[in-house]
Ligand binder design. Sequence first.
Ligand SMILES: Nc1ncnc2c1ncn2[C@@H]1O[C@H](COP(=O)(O)OP(=O)(O)OP(=O)(O)O)[C@@H](O)[C@H]1O
Length: 306
Amino acid sequence: MIEIRNLTRLYNGIAVVDDVSLTVKTGELVVLVGTSGSGKTTLLRMINRLIEPSSGQVLIEGADTATLPAHLLRRRIGYAIQGHGLFPHWTVAQNIATVPRLLGWPRPQIDARVDELLALFQLDPAQFRNRMPHRLSGGQAQRVGVARALAAKPDLLLMDEPFGALDPLIRAKAQADLRDIQRRLGTTLILVTHDMTEAVDLGDRIAVMDGGQLVQYAPPARILTDPATPFVRDLIGTGDRALRLLSLTPVSDVAAPGRAEGPPIPAEASLRDALAECLWSGRDALPVAGGGVITLDTLRALARPR
Ligand SMILES: Nc1ncnc2c1ncn2[C@@H]1O[C@H](COP(=O)(O)OP(=O)(O)OP(=O)(O)O)[C@@H](O)[C@H]1O
């Protein structure tokens, strides 16, 4: 568990992070979101002490991070940034191995870990192990950056706009991969973005920052249906909030007994997908693969605040 207590950072007497407190449970994915300059990066970097707090505390599993040497703390915490930040004169393998080497892992274990991570991120080890960063595409470099952050199997991973440079298709794939890997490894992940769609898609909980303050900290459905301030409402936008709400729930969660005509929808599809399919195929109800049905009436009821 990560406990952030009354964390403040002043620059020239002005609080750019202003008395922020929040708790992140182990294995949770929390997204920090807010407009440019709202203090997201500063808050994130105070967690691994790339920036020292002016006041307040960060506790990891009950231990105050101020009591550890900062460089040792950073070896325990994975960190990935926009534009990947790879060392240009090191190969992909050397980049990924940075922290395991600092921690003194034996060579065979490092090599195995590098290959395991490359495979996990769908980069053929034989092809990519010895490449230099300038011979990678933006998307590949980004994946190597995330692999490097995960190399020493950190319990905590901090990511600052990790998908900022990716085109929409690769971005969606990278997001899904990250979510999958994070769930499988049980990593606690705190991710900064200014993209509310990314926050809603990825976050177990979303922390909304405005002018250095934490204005709402809640699960995505709550943020969508009950924004705490006009700023949060503006940030979400109201145009497609019904669809965003539907996108949070898989069909399998609400399938009811019954029968319907036509091809079934996969159980893991979202309610948003189900609505699109109803509209596209002109049906009032869809069979769900594996059993049950989903009806337009149900979708209508679930697309509103409950
Ligand atoms: N070293 C510094 N000295 C003075 N002011 C700073 C410093 N670093 C950040 N700031 C200011 O602190 C505020 C918050 O910056 P921060 O980078 O945390 O915002 P952000 O929400 O991550 O923004 P963005 O989305 O643009 O990255 C900004 O107004 C910024 O100008």
